[in-house]
Design a binder for this molecule. Structure first.
Ligand SMILES: *Cc1c(COP(=O)(O)O)cnc(C)c1O
Length: 224
């Protein structure tokens, strides 16, 4: 059975290179809606709030690859641990240590992306390159064996000005390459650039995204 969301997803897939991973952002969507898209053949989903995530995940198939994409408080790491595979929003060493601790207890390895502040807006979370350097320097000293740093994530300014958005995505790509060259040159796990949402994924792909996070273009009925 093919659902509307799957048709929308296929339209996106047909339009982009096939090495791009799509996280279907299912925040504000019901278990039934998520289950339908899963049944059609997609199993990578993203949630941005811990409480909502754990209210839905237990009722959905265990082989869903769940990505946590929103701001994550340290005290909420434990509750998402049974379900989560990838955390896109790491913005402190403290959070990384807690993810490692809970992952170890659950005998899991959690893939993590460092979230960077690339937008002009004050409200968006994320690290500066300097802060990221400090975190990675600590990681070299304190080995955390149950996390794997796989790349970087960022959100562009909410604007119709494509030049602004392009420039911010380019900044994230430059950060990725700087970190790659400085710390991860021999590490093939460090390879992901998570950027691009419904309104700007085409620009993000042009600027080097490897993972895009799409909600409304998949789940809303509006055809792009
Ligand atoms: C909601 C959300 C998305 C998806 O947004 P859409 O505009 O619906 O595609 C992507 N990333 C994050 C972090 C989000 O919170």
């Amino acid at each position: 059975m093919t659902c509307k969301a799957y048709v929308n997803l296929q339209n996106i897939i047909n339009d982009i290179p096939d090495n791009i991973k799509i996280v279907a952002v299912s925040k504000n969507r019901t278990v039934e809606t998520i289950q339908q898209l899963y049944n059609s053949g997609h199993n990578i989903f993203g949630e941005n709030r811990a409480q909502e995530f754990i209210s839905k995940a237990p009722d959905l198939p265990i082989d869903i690859e769940w990505h946590f994409i929103g701001h994550l408080q340290t005290n909420k790491v434990k509750m998402i641990m049974p379900y989560v595979s990838v955390v896109h929003s790491v913005d402190s060493f403290k959070l990384l240590k807690e993810i490692n601790k809970q992952a170890r207890k659950s005998e899991k390895t959690i893939k993590c992306l460092l979230q960077f502040h690339i937008a002009q807006e004050e409200s968006k979370y994320g690290l500066s390159l300097k802060e990221a350097n400090e975190i990675i320097d600590k990681l070299v000293e304190v080995k955390l064996n149950n996390i794997l740093i796989i790349g970087v994530m960022g959100m562009a300014t909410f604007t119709k000005d494509c030049e602004v958005v392009s420039k911010e995505f380019r900044t994230l790509k430059d950060i990725f390459h700087t970190l790659k060259n400085t710390y991860f040159s021999g590490d093939e796990n460090f390879r992901e650039i998570s950027m691009g949402m419904s309104d700007d994924y085409k620009i993000a792909i042009k600027e080097g995204a490897t993972i895009i996070r799409i909600g409304s273009c998949i789940f809303d009925n509006a055809i792009q």
